[in-house]
Every structure is written in C-alpha cells, then in structure tokens.
Design a protein around this ligand. Sequence first.
Ligand code: CA
Length: 227
Amino acid sequence: MTRVLVVEDDPQLVRALKINLQARRYEVQAAGTGAEALRLAAARKPDVIVLDLGLPDMDGVDVIKAVRGWSGVPILVLSARHTSEEKVRALDAGADDYVSKPFSMDELLARLRAATRRESAPVQADRVPVVTTEDFTVDLAAKKVRRGERTVRLTPTEWHLLELLVTHPGHLVSRRKLLLEVWGPTYSENTNYLRVYMAQLRRKLEPNPAQPRYLITEAGMGYRFEP
Ligand code: CA
C-alpha cells in the first residue's frame, strides 16, 4: 500500500483528499502545519508527500528544503499561487511535480501515480555510493574523490557541487538549484560563483579542463554530469 502524507491546512480539502485517496487504496496521513509535516515525514517515512505551499506556520518551500536534507521522497506540490516563479522555487527546492489549485481529483491522482513511478528512477546518493567514470571515482558515502591511485582534495564547496551533479547523472541541474543548495537563497543570482567553482572542479577532474568531458555546461541554464 502506498503511504501518502498530505500536508494541507484546509480541513475540507484534507477530507476530500483522504476520501479519494483511501478509495484508491492509498494509506493517508495528514498534517496541518509544516512542523507536523516534518515530524511525520521523519517518523513515518511516507512513499510520497502532497504538500500545500501556503501553510500557517512555514513556507511550503522551506518544508521541501528541510525534507530534501535527508530524503528523496517524491513531493507533489499544491498551490493556489501559481505564478511560474513560485513553481520554479518549489521545483528548485526539490519538489517533483506541481498541481495548481483548483485541481481535479483525477489530475491529482494521475500526478501522484507518476510521482511514485518516477521514485525508483532517479539515482539516490544512498543507493549508488560510488560513481565511477573512466577518469575518476566519487565515493558519496566516504565523500572522497580518486583519480587512479591519487585522492583528489576538494573544498567543501567543490564537494557539494560535485555531489549534486553526480547524483543526477545525465540530467541538467539548474544554476539556480546549484546556487540555492550550495550557497543558500541570498546567493541565487551569483552565477559567477558557479563559473569559478566549476572551473576549479574541471581542473581537478577533467582530463582536458578546457574541453570538459564530464562536467558539461548547458549555456544559460546550468550544468550536467555526463558519466
Ligand atoms: Ca493553505
């Protein structure tokens, strides 16, 4: 049985979600605040989280960031604030998908099925502890990088960047997401930091730093690790 944590402060919507989800054999837990959501997410380890962004005690985006600190559980965001900026903020923080209110129950259920299907697809740090390429290996558990017999020394910032990229092999990771995760929200526009640190990483890891083979720039968008 798929366990869903519904985080929503509107009791009527919680009731409607519970009835519909339980009818489709989902096991439902509900939290009305961000604090309760974090407690239940940690204690009950749900298979998927449906999260309202407008909560009484916390910004839903902060709930996403907190959960992403320790879990890759799929998060489907609900929000009445459907500006694209809001959507990007939630996705950058680690949400998997987004449904704008008001939504049809059929749409929500379809997105929920898709989110739980995808769950097995992305590479999680705890499932693939060592990423291997022809030129270097990244041991995610030990936080060590080796080139042949040699250990490559990385600064904590370089490590954090590399870790984000190699845990999403073949996928674009947006500049905004990298800046948010590594430097925090105040620095989300400082793309020059990224250029500097990516250059350092390439010097340490790429056979030819001027023509990156592994750490690829997607112009204007972000970076991609190509294993
Ligand atoms: Ca709300």
